[in-house]
Design a protein around this ligand. Structure first.
Ligand SMILES: Cc1cc2nc3c(=O)[nH]c(=O)nc-3n(C[C@H](O)[C@H](O)[C@H](O)COP(=O)(O)OP(=O)(O)OC[C@H]3O[C@@H](n4cnc5c(N)ncnc54)[C@H](O)[C@@H]3O)c2cc1C
Length: 441
């Protein structure tokens, strides 16, 4: 008899964990297939460190093939599902369409940049979702400083030295806090730019880190202000142009750098299913199964998972939830084959860490707020423990960063047009053919 096939869409925190756990639980009894556009798992929380020159890009990737023995990898982007026929359609990197049957399906496609209907943002803002964007941003920041040093036009110089970060959640806060240190270092050998780089962090909320513990936010606020980052709360972008941004307060800021950290929304793949959606996420029950389709599960940012610790609410879009949901879905799928008992997803928040660059962090492990160097140790220790691989390389980069100045050079590997802000829309690829792999009987 053919082995059951379990197809997982997306190799982020949720899908990666589900695949690893299923491979262990099934011990070869099931065929586990993981479909993902890249051959690596991306450790997103360290992406701001790639954009600000602390970590080399490969450090935050973990090879799927090397770390997921017993899992069959398919490089591809899933375009759609036939839930009644139990088929997944995907496009491979060369644009060929293929279909794949399944016995159990796990949708773990994560999230994409949240776009707001603000004129000019899609064209002029720089997003922040993957390695290409982080590399592009690092080059862009470096280039602005270099061009500012090369111009005799004082207005242009000031504009190029002005960096506006929209969104003061954990990503925006980390980018601003680490970015100001990066540009400070870049101007060290350019006396004409001393004191010029200006970083502004804005949000419609009344404080930074609006969704996190107040004490954590206060610690981050203090560090940002000490570094000279201007905090514009209760402020939004009205319009972005090639030369600057208009703010809701009526202020116009000449800048070439609008960094978009406004948040994420679930992958539009789930909206196309025509199934119940909550806050853009696919509704699942507490066992992570899609109502009406007991063989289909959804987890992570893409899923609206009931939060049993806060009745009536759904779990937040965090790596912590995604990882734990990946482990629970694996158990529940094993239980659907008679191995063990299925169990509902219930997880209490264990705290959060925010790396502010230099020797500073803010964290609240198990609800206990800490800041400064002790928080830094906790933050870095947490990341090292949470990464499924590459820990020694990451630690080595951190050590080098502590001892040496960052390398402020552009690599020019990623052209601007390769990193559109709306990363939800994959590059149009020609239909070059269709292959079909039917569901095993
Ligand atoms: C810059 C940044 C920093 C963050 N920092 C933190 C932090 O410090 N702490 C924290 O808890 N959370 C953080 N988050 C949030 C956290 O990373 C997410 O909540 C978490 O990644 C969700 O996991 P996931 O598996 O659902 O999605 P993801 O990790 O986003 O993985 C989704 C995967 O699905 C793939 N995929 C997407 N569409 C398709 C498709 N159609 N077909 C096939 N594959 C597809 C993607 O390529 C990706 O590999 C951060 C997010 C960002 C963007």
């Amino acid at each position: 008899m053919a082995r059951p096939r379990i197809v997982i869409v997306g190799a982020g925190f949720a899908g990666y964990t589900a695949a690893r756990k299923l491979a262990r639980l099934s011990r070869g009894g099931a065929e586990i297939v993981l479909i993902n556009p890249t051959d690596y798992f991306l450790y997103l929380p360290l992406l701001p460190e790639v954009a600000t020159g602390i970590l080399e890009p490969r450090r935050v990737t973990v090879s799927l093939a090397a770390t997921l023995p017993g899992v069959r990898m398919i490089l591809g982007h899933v375009d759609g599902f036939d839930l009644d026929g139990r088929m997944v359609t995907y496009r491979d990197p060369e644009g060929r369409l293929a279909t794949l049957g399944y016995h159990r399906l796990v949708i773990a496609a994560g999230s994409v940049n949240k776009l707001l209907p603000v004129p000019g943002v899609t064209e002029y803002a720089h997003g922040f979702r993957g390695i290409p964007e982080a590399l592009y941003l690092r080059d862009h920041i470096t280039r602005q400083i270099e061009m500012a040093a090369g111009t005799a036009d004082e207005v242009e110089r000031q504009a190029r030295c002005t960096f506006v970060v929209a969104g003061a959640g954990y990503t925006g806060t980390e980018v601003a806090a680490q970015g100001v240190l990066y540009t400070r270092d870049l101007v060290r050998h350019r006396p004409e730019l001393h004191g010029l780089p200006r970083w502004l962090l804005l949000d419609t909320a009344d404080r930074v880190l609006p969704s996190l513990d107040r004490r954590l936010a206060d610690a981050a606020d203090r560090v940002l202000r000490e570094r000279g980052v201007e905090l514009l709360m209760r402020t939004s972008i009205e319009q972005a142009t090639a030369a600057g941004v208009h703010l809701s307060t009526g202020v116009y800021l000449p800048t070439r750098s609008l960094i978009w950290c406004v948040g994420v929304r679930p992958d539009p793949l789930v909206a196309g299913l025509g199934l119940p959606i909550k806050e853009g996420r696919l509704v699942v029950d507490e066992f992570l199964a899609v109502p009406g389709y007991p063989d289909v599960y959804a987890i992570g940012d893409a899923a609206a998972v009931p939060d049993l610790t806060r009745p009536g609410e759904i779990t937040g879009m965090t790596a912590q939830h995604a990882v734990r949901q990946g482990a629970v879905v694996a158990r529940n799928i094993a239980a659907s084959y008679g191995r063990g008992r299925r169990r509902p997803y219930k997880h209490h928040d264990l705290g959060f860490v925010v790396d502010l660059g230099g020797l500073d962090s803010a964290a609240n492990p198990l609800g206990v707020p800490i800041k400064g160097f002790p928080a830094k140790v906790v933050t870095r220790g947490y990341h090292l423990l949470s990464m499924p691989g590459n820990r020694v390389r990451v630690a080595a980069d951190w050590l080098l960063d502590a001892l040496l100045a960052p390398q402020g050079v552009q690599l020019g590997l990623v052209p601007g047009e390769a990193v559109p802000l709306d990363s939800a829309i994959p590059e149009a690829m020609p239909d070059t053919g269709m292959t079909a792999e039917k569901q095993p009987s």
